[in-house]
Design a protein around this ligand. Sequence first.
Ligand SMILES: Nc1ncnc2c1ncn2[C@@H]1O[C@H](COP(=O)(O)OP(=O)(O)OP(=O)(O)O)[C@@H](O)[C@H]1O
Ligand SMILES: [Mg+2]
Length: 376
Amino acid sequence: MRMKDQLELQYRELVENANSIILRLDIKGNITFLNKYAQNFFGYSRDELLGKNVIGTIVSPVDVSGRDLKAMMDDIISRPDRYIENENENMLRSGQRVWISWTNKAILEEDGRVREIFCVGNNITKLKQAEEEILKAKEAAESANRAKSSFLANMSHELRTPLNAIIGFSELMKEESVGGLNDKQKEYLGYVWESGKHLLSLINDILDLSKVEAGKMELELSEFDLKELFKKSLAFVSDKAMKKSVTLLTDAKEGVEKVEADERKVKQALFNLLSNSMKFTPDGGKVGIEAQKTSNGEILVCVWDTGIGIEPQDNQKVFSEFEQISSDYSRQYAGTGLGLPLSKKFIELHGGKMWFESEGKDKGTRFYFTLPVRQT
Ligand SMILES: Nc1ncnc2c1ncn2[C@@H]1O[C@H](COP(=O)(O)OP(=O)(O)OP(=O)(O)O)[C@@H](O)[C@H]1O
Ligand SMILES: [Mg+2]
């Protein structure tokens, strides 16, 4: 056999045995070549397809989504350079639809006109189906999440109304505004009132979280003095600090007197961080707040404590909703695990960040957050 014939045979074998669909089309879209793999794949013999147009054989004029594949084929033939890579639906002899990823190359005449198109295709039907399923699952999850948020927003309102009656009337009764009580009655009404207040703050947290998640939480900006806010926040925990003999320290540097932010939200974040520090610091420890302006003009706030610390493996859990680090040590502390995720979201709404540092168990914790400067 001559060298040239041998080479040609080799190439032919390569094309015939390739595990891809290989086709050649003329400029009318008629099939001029198809390899063995293509014959098996589409379910036709060579003779059944040679000289036939792709439309009506391996390409349906319109795909299941209504895309005009005849127009697409015309376009591929007239401008193949735009379709070097192309994904489209194809059709087997049985009528079954499949997705194929094609690479197309124009074979040119000497004068530059397109003579034929050389097409190599791979079956991506499974991939497409998986993609579609993921998309459907994502849409379902998003719609479930929206339903959840609106359910929570409605429920929170429905829950708050009766709760306000419980809190209001138990307060009136325990203060004996409506008649005298014995000590037990007073004590028990105190529990009703306390529990009511606790439940209300929980509901408020859930409502706030679902509002942030639904993108409906807006900032109410005002200018305020961060030092004053520190005082107010520390006042919230001073009772507890006294009972636990915890020392409270503040260190606010120059430049934090004027801050533009949503005061209520910053206060809530501060209060959550402080109450965590109080909760997780044993008697006799220290809790502090620091603030300073950084070189790029941001306000950096730190709430630190000498408490039980956070171990590196628990880093992920700390900012997740309803998550508490459930080591034996911290299981004894009450809480729902909403404080930090909510605080972080409030800070992020401002365009700030929240993170923490801890050297590990019993080494204390430092929670930081930033508030960016606002252009006014
Ligand atoms: N200062 C801290 N020192 C040690 N661990 C902390 C500290 N702050 C938070 N953690 C850990 O992170 C978890 C999540 O805190 P988060 O404030 O979100 O929830 P919580 O305080 O348990 O409950 P909630 O704030 O809803 O009442 C806590 O349960 C605790 O395990
Ligand atoms: Mg907390």
